[in-house]
Design a binder for this molecule. Structure first.
Ligand code: FAD
Length: 307
């Protein structure tokens, strides 16, 4: 059995594995796709001390760091079921999609999250070529350009306010009759001179020239008319979904499906910790996920020496 078994191999899981292994304890990491979301990222410019890198390079760095400490890396392995210890201080079990079972004294859940897609033509083709999901990450890449934000909930309206301070012009596209964000945010957005809001607008296509995005087509659901807007960027803000479906009913989740953790990353199950985008910790970023992973590993170690 492992002392620490990490499930999920993104920045949170990799940091947790390095911190655990540096304590000289048996550490394993099972990941559906080692590297996580950074595999799909082009420019990373906000990981402190690294002025600029790209996702694949960052993921290679995670891999090298984890392997340097002899962590047992089980890539392409998906956790399907978590079984809490049957007796206090007993082993936690993780059942894998391949039929195998891993046992460990402590488990760190770091299965991350995925952005909900609009699923219209052009979205996949122009991902990272104008189609973006994270305003904190990619906002500065659109300095002085025109962008749209799809989604009028809190995250969409926050993104539009944030982007309006960086880019030349923001068009907010909301499918419903009204914005769903908090009134204070909506009022702030409406006060900005370089923002236009379209409600009852259904995005039908993200257009491009074959190499990069150049516009967005939407249907005005009131009139039925189709409109095209020329722009350089689109931020899709219709939800970030935690990869926690497999934990439902076992580990306490928030109403958004995030794993509920305390300040040390402890979940509702003793000996089970969590870190990164899969948790209730706010602001989903690489540096935050990595810091959380380190914290969860230290908390797991603390748990081990007390039990
Ligand atoms: P993830 O990176 O999501 O990793 C989750 C891991 O768990 C993966 O290995 C996955 O395969 C695995 N997994 C999932 N389910 C299971 C399961 N059931 N069993 C086993 N393994 C499982 N942040 C920044 O700070 N700067 C940026 O510039 C930036 N740009 C971004 C650009 C894009 C396009 C995207 C999508 C995100 C970007 N982010 C950026 C956000 C950043 O990537 C995330 O905050 C960060 O990766 C979260 O790390 P994590 O380890 O919590 O989760």
């Amino acid at each position: 059995a492992f002392d620490v078994l990490v499930v999920g191999g993104g920045p949170a899981g990799a940091a947790a594995a390095v911190y655990a292994a540096r304590k000289g304890i048996r550490t394993g990491i099972a990941a559906e796709r080692f590297g996580g979301q950074v595999n799909d990222t082009m420019a990373i410019e906000n990981f402190i001390s690294v002025l600029e890198t790209d996702g694949p390079k960052f993921a290679m760095g995670l891999d090298a760091h984890v392997k340097a400490y002899g962590v047992d890396v089980m890539n392409l392995q998906r956790g399907e079921k978590l079984i809490p210890p049957s007796t206090p201080g007993g082993l936690v079990e993780v059942q894998l999609a391949n039929g195998g079972t891993l046992k460990s004294k402590t488990v760190i859940l770091s299965t991350g999250a995925r952005w909900r897609n609009v699923n219209v033509p052009g979205e996949q083709e122009y991902k990272n070529k104008g189609v973006a999901y994270c305003p904190h990450c990619d906002g500065p890449l659109f300095k002085g350009k025109r962008v749209a934000v799809i989604g009028g909930g809190n995250s969409g309206v926050e993104a539009a306010i944030d982007l309006a301070g960086i880019v030349a012009h923001v068009t907010l596209i909301e499918f419903g009759d009204a914005l769903r964000a908090d009134a204070v945010l909506v009022n702030k957005l409406k006060s900005l001179p370089n923002v236009v809001i379209h409600t009852q607008a259904q995005t039908t296509e993200l257009t491009g020239d074959g190499s990069k995005l150049n516009g967005l087509t939407y249907t005005d659901r009131a009139s039925g008319q189709s409109h095209h807007i020329e722009l350089e960027g689109v931020f899709v803000q219709i939800g970030l979904v935690p990869n926690t479906e497999w934990l439902k009913g076992v580990v306490e989740l928030s109403k958004h499906g995030e794993i509920v953790v305390d300040a040390k990353g402890q979940t509702s199950v003793p000996g089970v910790f969590a870190a990164g985008d899969a948790t209730t910790v706010p602001f989903k970023q690489i540096i935050i996920a990595a810091g959380d992973g380190a914290k969860a590993a230290l908390a797991a170690f603390d748990h081990l020496i007390r039990n």
